[in-house]
Write a protein that binds this ligand. Structure first.
Ligand code: GDP
Ligand code: MG
Length: 191
C-alpha cells in the first residue's frame, strides 16, 4: 500500500494563464476569501484537510504563477525543483471572458504530458485533471460558450465545470471532483 494512500495526501496543481483566477479559486477554497487584488507573480502552496465521501483528504495545492513556467523545462533539473514533483491531480483554469486563456488549455496539457514523460511517468499512468471555466458571474463579457468548454473537456478526457471564485459557485466541486478522480485512479486500498 502506498504511503500516499495511507495518509490520503494529495498534491494538486492549479494551472492556467495569468489573471484567470487561479489564486482566487485556491484562496476561496482554502480560506473562504475572495481577493480583488492578488500578486499575479506569486506562487505558493496551500494546505487544506477536508472530509470527502467519509474519508479525510489532506490537500496540498500548488497555486502556480502562470503558464510560462508551468513545468520545469530543464532536462537536468534538480530533485528539489518543486515543479519536478509529480502531482496527483491537475486543475486547468481558463477565464470564460478570455478566449486566449481557453486556447492555451490544450498546449498546456501537452506540455505537462511531455514533462511527465521526461520524468519517466508512463503515458498509461492516469492523469486526473479537471477543466475549469472561471468567472461565470461575468456572463455579459463571455467569450467562450459553455458547450465549447464541455467539448474540450471531452477531447482532453476530463470533467468540466464553470465556476465563479467571486460568488463561490462550484469552487468546492472542483476539488471534490478531482479528489474523487485521483482516488479512482489509485490502486484500491485493501479492505
Ligand atoms: P491568477 O493570476 O490566475 O492567480 O488570477 P487571480 O486569482 O489573481 O485573479 C485575477 C483577477 O481576476 C483578480 O482581479 C480577481 O479579482 C479577478 N477574478 C478572479 N476570479 C474571479 C471571478 O470568479 N469573477 C470575477 N468577476 N473576477 C474574478
Ligand atoms: Mg495567482
Amino acid at each position: 500500500m502506498g504511503d500516499q494512500q495511507v495518509k490520503q495526501e494529495y498534491e494538486i496543481a492549479v494551472y492556467g494563464r495569468g489573471g484567470v483566477g487561479k489564486s482566487c479559486l485556491t484562496l476561496q477554497f482554502t480560506l473562504s476569501w475572495f481577493m480583488d487584488e492578488y500578486d499575479p507573480t506569486l506562487e505558493d502552496s496551500y494546505k487544506k484537510s477536508i472530509v470527502i465521501d467519509d474519508q479525510m483528504a489532506n490537500l496540498d495545492i500548488l497555486d502556480t504563477a502562470g503558464q510560462e513556467d508551468a513545468v520545469c523545462e530543464e532536462e537536468n533539473c534538480q530533485p528539489d525543483c518543486r515543479k519536478r514533483r509529480r502531482q496527483h491531480g491537475y486543475i486547468f483554469v481558463y477565464d470564460i471572458t478570455d478566449r486566449v486563456s481557453f486556447e492555451e488549455m490544450q498546449p498546456l496539457q501537452e506540455s505537462i504530458l511531455r514533462h511527465r514523460q521526461r520524468q519517466n511517468i508512463s503515458s498509461e499512468d492516469s492523469f486526473p485533471m479537471i477543466l475549469v471555466g472561471n468567472k461565470s458571474d461575468l456572463e455579459a463579457s463571455r467569450q467562450v460558450f459553455f458547450e465549447e468548454g464541455a467539448s474540450l473537456a471531452e477531447q482532453l478526457g476530463c470533467k468540466f465545470v464553470e465556476t465563479s471564485a467571486k460568488d463561490k459557485v462550484n469552487v468546492e466541486e472542483i476539488f471534490f471532483d478531482l479528489v474523487r478522480g485521483i482516488r479512482k485512479a489509485l490502486p484500491s486500498r485493501p479492505s
